[in-house]
Design a protein around this ligand. Structure first.
Ligand SMILES: Cc1cc2nc3c(=O)[nH]c(=O)nc-3n(C[C@H](O)[C@H](O)[C@H](O)COP(=O)(O)OP(=O)(O)OC[C@H]3O[C@@H](n4cnc5c(N)ncnc54)[C@H](O)[C@@H]3O)c2cc1C
Length: 469
């Protein structure tokens, strides 16, 4: 890094422990939970809006890229410093987590761990609904920027549905407030929603006002087993059209169940084709009636077994299977490519069929699990990145997964964002004009392309690659 830039950064952040330049530190910020290694020139750990403003001004003066980063759990390459420059690591900025129960809001600084918001809200009988599976490790800044979802998305929506207002540092170092702390706010363009999901490409989030809701009184869980994946997919729509909106409706295919059983035997049958895990929430009497109805619907459509958790311990035990999928599948091979192609719910059975065909065609290890209730499947490919020939097959398979989702009226990403990984496919979903309109927003907000460059928008001719060949 240019010595002058480093000197100016150190004038903004006068605590030298929050400016990292040694090789080992830079290496630890060169990756996230996806793919690829890109070391930055410097890592800065701001803990105030003024510090962020100061750093953005330095970056502007020297036209150096800035990469905001929460905890680096992105599965799409979101925080990777693909062109070097400055990583702004927000994980140390955790000082504000205020619940204002009378307004049902939480006010948070960007580095706060998402699960901590929900934990704190619970103390007031409230809930912060967005619950990415990574909520105990990811930051609210990262969740806002990726518009993260989670199992509860089916009933409660995703991060954008709970953001009332933001404080944002713009690309030229100005501070703006968007939205506010009222539930209704229709003044002008909805800049809050524009920033949420913009993946750090339009502005840097330094504060958020989040909406909370009353915590449901109780939950109940069912596990439903199927010997036909297609019927499991059909059961999802039947439950919803049967008048029941579960808080979670997750699916695991046979390969996921087998992987879990090999990792930590829970006694799940491995000869089934799919398993649904269903959580209901609300008044205990309503849960009891709804659980009975869900059981009837599933058995009518062809489920082979329905197990209802009788105690909180049994409930936790049933969810353990879902929690173990990720650690279980990486035992097989070290490289996990985790996709989140999402389809309309009526097309879930067909998507399963297409995924099976893609698995056979490219001879890859593919497991499918995810938030099936909202069509957000997670096809995960397990491979070994040292095996170039295998990675070439994986590249083709991933491309075909996206094509299949789009052909069915779906989308490239339900919750993981575009980041670096999916940029080559953006035009396929948005069309030339759709992508161009997004690019014009980017150019208006960040004319020098300093905020998280190399993300969301493909370079001319850029193709999807998991290898260097
Ligand atoms: C095991 C596992 C399970 C997961 N489960 C889910 C899931 O269920 N649902 C889901 O949606 N995701 C999931 N993810 C993906 C990931 O956790 C989310 O995308 C999360 O929102 C990223 O948060 P982070 O703090 O790690 O952000 P990072 O990965 O560090 O950054 C993510 C993006 O946010 C930007 N950013 C970070 N902070 C700011 C800021 N203050 N201002 C502007 N931009 C910023 C970065 O530039 C980047 O583009 C999972 C990941 C793992 C590893």
């Amino acid at each position: 890094m240019h010595a002058e830039i480093e000197k100016e950064i150190r004038q903004v952040i006068n605590n030298k422990r929050r400016v990292l330049t040694n090789e080992a530190d830079l290496a630890s910020y060169s990756y996230d939970a996806s793919f690829g290694v890109f070391p930055p020139d410097v890592v800065v750990q701001p803990t105030s809006t003024n510090e962020v403003v100061g750093i953005v001004k330095v970056a502007n003066k020297h036209k150096t890229p800035i990469y905001p980063r929460g905890k680096g759990t992105s599965l799409s390459g979101g925080p990777l410093p693909v062109h070097g420059g400055i990583v702004l690591d927000f994980s140390k900025w955790t000082d504000t987590l205020i619940i204002e129960p009378d307004d049902l809001v939480a006010i948070v600084s960007p580095g706060v761990i998402t699960a901590d918001i929900n934990k704190m809200a619970n103390k007031f009988g409230l809930m912060y609904p967005p619950d990415p599976s990574s909520s105990h490790v990811s930051t609210i800044g990262g969740n806002l920027s990726e518009n993260a979802g989670g199992p509860r998305g089916l009933k409660y929506g995703v991060t954008k549905d709970y953001v009332l207002g933001l404080e944002v540092v713009t690309a030229d170092g100005e501070v703006i407030q968007t939205g506010g702390r009222t539930v209704k706010n229709v003044t002008g363009y909805d800049l809050t929603k524009l920033i949420v999901g913009s993946e750090g490409t339009l502005g840097i989030i330094t504060k958020a006002i989040l909406q909370l809701i009353p915590k449901p009184q109780s939950t109940g869980t069912l596990m439903v087993l199927f010997d036909d994946l297609f019927i499991a997919g059909k059961a999802i729509s039947s439950i919803l059209t049967g008048g029941i909106l579960p808080s979670k409706l997750e699916i695991m295919d046979q390969a996921s169940v087998v992987a879990v059983e090999q990792f930590d035997p829970l006694g799940l049958p491995t000869d089934i084709e799919a398993l649904l895990l269903i959580e209901l929430d609300g008044h205990p009497a309503a849960i009891e009636a709804e659980a009975k109805r869900v059981k009837e619907i599933c058995l009518e459509i062809g489920a082979i077994k329905v197990k209802t958790a009788e105690t909180k311990e049994e409930e936790a035990e049933l969810w353990k299977a879902r929690k173990l999928v990720s650690p279980a599948i990486v035992r097989k091979k070290p490289t996990k490519i985790s996709e989140d192609a999402t389809v309309p719910r009526s097309r879930i059975p067909e998507m399963f069929q297409r995924l099976k065909e893609i698995r056979d065609k490219y001879n890859i290890d593919l497991v499918v699990f995810g938030h099936a209730g909202d069509g957000n499947l997670h096809p995960n490919i397990i491979a070994d990145k040292r095996n170039i020939e295998e990675m070439k097959r994986v590249e083709k398979a991933v491309e075909e997964i996206f094509k299949a989702a789009l052909e069915m009226g779906g989308t490239l990403s339900g919750e993981h964002g575009i980041g670096m990984m999916k940029t080559p496919f953006m035009e396929m979903e948005l069309g030339t004009t759709g992508l161009y309109m997004m690019k014009r927003i980017k150019e208006a907000w960040d004319p020098h392309n300093l905020l998280n460059p190399g993300k969301m928008f493909p370079d001319p001719g850029q193709r999807f690659a998991l290898t260097n060949e």
